[in-house]
Design a protein around this ligand. Structure first.
Ligand code: PFF
Length: 467
């Protein structure tokens, strides 16, 4: 991307939505929703997106637009001349920049799983994944997934394949290539998801699944619902990762920031909602609420092939579905990679080429260790010294450290920057255009009193103090 700005408001919305819509919506959201009680998680998530997520999303974009700098430079400039505590807020720029470096390797690992499933559904009869097929006492679909991730060679090859696909997308040109692909493939993905949702409505037993997804059951609410929803919100909206600050720098002063952010928020949450509609009723229909509550990262890889096996032409739709998910994942991975390359080349003052080599080196090193965490390195539990997390595998640990620890810290810095360093009133004036800003009050309320206590709860939970 060049620093000359997006050609139109639509250009910004598409680029930001392309970055936001990815594995977070289709892979992460459905399994968290299934695990944390269905409807109550959905409700908590939507409320948080509309208040808390909105406040941070708009703040980050405005910081970018105001300074024209990526996170480290933006924090540094805004804190310049401030003493003691306010001066030290500049560290926030670094926190926001480290997060995407942790996420990218494991994002590519999941991208590798998606790549594998494009091939798996193309070469195997889809009936192999039928919900009634059983292998060694477990469902054939689950057995296939576990076999795959615990095979070191196979899973490493697909991880590398995904990194290569991502690099190819970059090679097609971030501006023209991705924008054009996005315009065609994203609507296709959404249409396919809607089609699958409609099919799932007619699955025997689907009613119980829809009820589980859409009807909040308050007895399933705990503060973990809030903690998980908050981590998901960061991941899905791409906040506390520097990316939205960077995108804000491409916005022009005259663009209406409020309505652009509204579009990104709506689109991202809409896709997550549909992904949940597609998968959760199917999980409940095939395995009951128990299966939903024990869902984990393997959910779409286990349940979606079962759905495809149960309908005519399932293998074609299965392959198409995973190709579209692959594309959504690749566009998001590209934006993560861009962010990292940009930060490293600017801060270490090295060429883009060298920065790309550094980023690829890091992705391969951490990614391969993560992949092997399900086979050769499966006894490695990085957080073994904290009793609550002693069984966490490598991928979950990276996800946990980024989403539950570093992102809340990064977001606290952003909030302090807006409220104490810049000043909330002054900042709100910068955000406003000549059109009315209906959520200004919610924005100010969230930034001044809601965001920091919520983030502290997430952090205290992560450290185990709240348990
Ligand atoms: N928001 C993306 C998703 O939901 O998959 C993940 C992501 C992409 C995060 C790009 C950050 C980012 F810069």
């Amino acid at each position: 991307m060049k620093q000359d700005g997006f050609s139109s408001k639509l250009g910004f919305v598409l680029a930001a939505a392309g970055s936001a819509v990815g594995l977070g919506n289709i892979w992460r959201f459905p399994y968290l929703t299934a695990k944390y009680g269905g409807g109550i998680f959905l409700l908590t998530y939507v409320i948080l997106v509309l208040t808390f997520g909105y406040a941070l999303l708009i703040s980050e974009n405005a910081i970018g637009r105001m300074t024209g700098k990526s996170p480290i430079g933006a924090f540094r400039d805004l804190c310049a001349g401030k003493k003691s505590f306010l001066g030290s807020v500049r560290i926030g720029g670094w926190v926001n920049s480290v997060v995407p470096m942790i996420i990218l390797p494991y994002y590519c690992v999941i991208g590798g799983w998606v790549t594998k499933y494009v091939v798996a559904l193309a070469v195997n009869p889809v009936s192999n994944f039928h919900k009634d097929a059983v292998v060694n006492g477990q469902s054939a679909s689950a057995a296939y997934f576990v076999d795959f991730i615990s095979n070191p060679a196979d899973s490493t090859i697909y991880f590398i394949a995904f990194v290569i696909i991502t690099a190819l997308v970059v090679a097609c040109g971030v501006e023209k290539g991705i924008e054009r692909f996005n315009k065609i493939l994203m609507p296709m993905l959404v249409l396919l998801i809607i089609g699958i949702c409609v099919y799932c409505m007619f699955l025997p037993n689907a009613e119980a699944g829809f009820k589980y997804y859409l009807k909040p059951d308050v007895s399933k609410f705990s503060y973990m619902t809030v903690v998980a929803a908050m981590g998901q919100l960061f991941f899905s909206l791409s906040i506390a990762m520097g990316i939205m600050i960077t995108y804000g720098t491409y916005m022009r002063e005259k663009d209406d920031l409020v309505s652009s952010v509204n579009h990104v928020e709506l689109f991202d949450t809409g896709v997550s909602f549909l992904a949940g509609m597609m998968i959760i009723p199917a999980v409940v229909a095939f395995g009951g609420e128990k299966a939903a509550e024990s869902a984990g990262p393997g959910l779409i890889f286990i349940t979606m092939p079962q759905v495809f096996a149960s309908f005519p032409g399932g293998s074609i739709f299965g392959v198409l579905f995973f190709i579209l998910v692959l594309f959504a994942a690749a566009t998001s991975a590209v934006s993560l990679m861009e962010t990292n390359v940009h930060t490293i080349s600017q801060e270490l003052k090295i060429s883009r080429k060298k920065a790309i080599t550094c980023v690829l080196g890091e992705v391969f090193a951490i990614g391969v260790i993560t992949v092997l965490g399900y086979s050769v390195l499966k006894n490695i539990k990085p957080l073994f010294f904290i009793s609550k997390y002693q069984n966490m595998d490598i991928l979950d640990t990276l996800d946990f450290i980024s989403n539950s620890v570093l992102m809340p810290i990064g977001a606290i810095f952003t909030t302090v920057l807006v409220v104490a360093v810049i000043g909330l009133e002054k900042f709100s004036e910068h955000i406003k255009s000549d059109k009315p800003w209906y959520r200004e009050y919610i924005y100010q309320l969230c930034m001044s009193i809601v965001v920091i206590p919520c983030l502290l709860v997430v952090l205290l939970n992560a450290t185990g103090i709240l348990n």
